[in-house]
Design a protein around this ligand. Sequence first.
Ligand code: ZN
Length: 175
Amino acid sequence: MHDVLIVIDMQKDFIDGSLGTKEAISIVPGVKNKIEVYQNANKKIIFTRDTHDVDYLSSFEGQHLPVEHCIKGSLGWQIYESIWQSVRNDADITIIDKPTFGYTKWRDILDPLKITSMEICGLCTDICVISNILILRALYPNMDMCVDATCCAGVTVTKHKAALEVMRSCQVEVI
Ligand SMILES: [Zn+2]
């Protein structure tokens, strides 16, 4: 158990929507279970949402990945329904809408919490999970950081494993 659980982009479009994969679907029960554990311990849970505008396809990301996804306000942008249903009303949660892979204002949220450890899970291992982990590692060189490999999925299985190796290199505990 760590001080905070960060759940990256567990949104419909990445699970069974426009960019969904069977690997992403398969991690849903594990992520729900993790949310349950942190809630029961009254720990803070931070959700991120990949968030694009309707002009996504003309953006840099859209030109390199021409598949519309996570358009703000759309069904695919929502946190996956069964995951959201497992969040209790009294849970200590924060939701971050981020326009690109890595969120750059983590300190605004995390500094006031005075935490020493964090666990990160979600999608996709080789894009948004690792982007945020490396930003967090740069901001918090002494933070005890942990990733549960069974609660992440990559664009492909090979890329998922490669990203986990890079995380290990950057002193993130991979369980
Ligand atoms: Zn995106």
